[in-house]
Design a protein around this ligand. Structure first.
Ligand code: C2E
Ligand code: MG
Ligand code: MG
Ligand code: MG
Length: 286
């Protein structure tokens, strides 16, 4: 399995001394994308009120023939720098739409979230690629959520605003990812047509051990709710944190505690089992 919860044996391009090898890595990534050697793993988003799974987030995985699993935190920034991200996002959109159509056989309400980089927002292709993928798989735009990090949205605010307005008008839900990890102000973010705010794992991790972290998270959730956002807690690793977030009014949860990211076939099995047996046990009592 890739590095989900197991941090050993990861190849890190940052440890590469030679730029040449970074370029080789990007050439390899292009090839892997062409030859379908990349994969999508999916992590469920749970509604804290009902316990139901409302959507899944697509996360790319790459197993390199010689280097083993390469960490997305390492190759995504490189792909952004070199422009390979355009090809990567195109592949992700096509694959995620196919997989969502598959998941709809069991649950037609499910949504899929795709991570979009700032560079994708500059490209004119994104909109057309999304449209094609929806059409080919008989999907509505509202079933594909686009996650953009607050930092990416801030890089070129005017450009982001314009591109996201177009995508939102087409019916896509926009989600602000990693909220609280950067320095963006809610007064700027509020201009964006986003309906969802994801609280970064770094913000949430300490709420059981630090009074101030707890206050900050409570305040962030109240503020986000008052502004009309649906609030997601990311990276939840314990029942205790899940319970606290529910008490604070957080709407949705993602994290290893509920489910680690999984390949589509395992996810389908997990979802069936979850709805049949686990949902009631996993719904947070309040
Ligand atoms: P993200 O979008 O914020 O995704 C959440 C990351 O946290 C994922 O890491 C996920 O595996 C991990 N995670 C989820 N629950 C837990 C938990 O309980 N504990 C811990 N420690 N980690 C948890 P991953 O898959 O390595 O992705 C890292 C980042 O790389 C993503 O952050 C996203 O920014 C980017 N990324 C991943 N896939 C794609 C993609 O297809 N396209 C783009 N543009 N970026 C992607
Ligand atoms: Mg994300
Ligand atoms: Mg995130
Ligand atoms: Mg992140």
């Amino acid at each position: 399995a890739p590095r989900d919860g197991n941090e050993t044996g990861i190849y890190s391009p940052q440890r590469d001394i030679y730029n040449e090898s970074r370029l080789t890595l990007m050439a390899d990534l292009r090839k892997a994308l062409q030859q379908n050697q990349t994969m999508l793993y999916y992590q469920p988003k749970q509604d804290l009120e009902t316990g139901h799974i409302v959507g899944v987030e697509a996360l790319i995985r790459w197993h390199h023939a010689e280097r083993g699993w390469v960490n997305p935190v390492e190759f995504i920034p490189l792909a952004e720098e070199t422009g390979v991200i355009t090809q990567l996002t195109r592949w992700v959109i096509a694959q995620a739409a196919k997989d969502l159509a598959d998941l709809h056989q069991d649950n037609p309400e499910l949504t899929v979230a795709i991570n979009i980089s700032a560079r994708d927002l500059e490209s004119k292709e994104l909109q057309g690629e999304l449209h094609l993928a929806l059409q080919q798989n008989g999907l509505q735009a509202c079933s594909v959520t686009l996650e953009i990090t607050e930092t990416a949205a801030m890089l070129d605010p005017a450009r982001s605003l314009q591109a996201l307005n177009v995508l939102a008008a087409l019916g896509h839900q926009i989600s602000i990812d990693d909220f609280g990890s950067g320095y963006s102000s809610l007064s700027y973010l509020k201009q964006l047509p986003a309906s969802e705010l994801k609280l970064d794992r770094s913000l949430i991790n300490d709420i059981c051990s630090s009074e101030s972290a707890d206050v900050i998270v409570s305040t962030a959730i109240q503020m986000a709710r008052s502004l009309g956002y649906r609030v997601v807690g990311e990276g939840i690793e314990s029942a205790e944190i899940a319970g606290r977030l529910k008490a604070k009014g957080c709407h949705l949860l993602q994290g290893y505690w509920l489910c680690k990211p999984k390949p589509i076939t395992e996810l389908k099995q997990w979802l069936r089992n979850y709805e049949a047996e686990e949902r009631v046990a996993r719904a947070q009592p309040l």
